[in-house]
Ligand binder design. Structure first.
Ligand SMILES: [Zn+2]
Length: 127
């Protein structure tokens, strides 16, 4: 009954995940670059100032990239599942998630039915 993904389908999804991961890495690097102090070439900044800026940067960076990091974690999980051979199976009911859905959201771990059920009773994590 469950339609396993074909090798080409898996490969396409993997490429999507890898591309998205690169994009996120670039985005996070860009966030950091934007936050870096403008003139740090002269070395005239005191140590205190350096520490302060570093703290500030880390703080803002953390906020800015929290979502990216979350998405990255989901991508990594999906890639791990691919390696383990159980990618594309719903975490809750074990059904095969349709390729069409995976194409839109390749890092999803739930079929549509389980996801909407889960959204109703948030907090009850998957076993
Ligand atoms: Zn399900």
């Amino acid at each position: 009954m469950s339609q396993a993904l074909t090798a080409p389908q898996l490969d396409e999804l993997k490429q999507r995940l890898l591309a998205r991961r690169q994009e996120l890495h670039a985005q996070m690097a860009q966030n950091r670059a934007n936050l870096a102090p403008a003139e740090n070439t002269a070395g005239s900044v005191s140590q205190d100032e350096n520490a302060r800026l570093a703290n500030q940067t880390r703080e803002v960076d953390t906020r800015l990239t929290a979502l990216d990091a979350d998405e990255l974690a989901r991508i990594d999980r999906a890639l791990e599942a691919m390696d383990a051979g159980d990618y594309g199976l719903c975490d809750a009911c074990g059904c095969a998630i349709p390729f069409e859905r995976l194409k839109i959201e390749p890092m999803t771990q739930h079929c549509v039915a389980c996801k909407s059920a889960w959204e109703h009773k948030k907090g009850i994590a998957r076993a």
